[in-house]
Design a protein around this ligand. Sequence first.
Ligand SMILES: [Zn+2]
Length: 222
Amino acid sequence: MKIMLDAGHGYCTPEKRSPDGMREYEFNRSAASLAKELLENYQNVTVYLAHSDERDVPLTERTDLANRLNVDCYVSIHANAYGTGAWNSAGGIETYIHPSRPQEALKLAQKIQRNLIHLTGLRDRGIKTADFHVLRETKMTAVLVECGFMTNKEEAALLRTPVYRKRCAQAIAKAIAEQYGLKRKSDGPKQYKVQVTFEERQEAEKLEGNLRNDGYKAVIIE
Ligand SMILES: [Zn+2]
């Protein structure tokens, strides 16, 4: 299946930053690349990115690309903001679908929201609807997730940390895997190891030599 991840905005998008200067894009892109890595551990998955580190890719360009590639699912990743740039107490996580309430998108949004709340412990603001461009103009299942508030001091601190970004990525990847019944790539054929202990180094070296002659990989650990 084809999945498109969309880190909202770009590095230089004005205003999209926390009162202490973290750019929203820093969080968005980091969560998106971590989610891409995680999703690539599943079979038959191709992950595309809608954004670019070079510029704020216009929304039309993002949704045109998704439609042209005919991806199965589109997830737009954001951090929220409330008010006019000062710290305030608005907080929590919410996931958006289009007001026409497409059933597949609703199911995916519920899974993402549930996993995010479970993994981050933040306040559950629920599933919401909005006529956002990326939800309206995409022809496939599309959701937009707001992973906490940049204008909330505690949440802004979380949004900066690698561990919080990873948790958000895990929640998103897990939800997509659940929704589409994705199977993990196998870890390759099984391997068996034997460990032998000697009192004398010489004896260990002798066995190591014999094993190497027979074509096995052997290592001596003191
Ligand atoms: Zn945003």
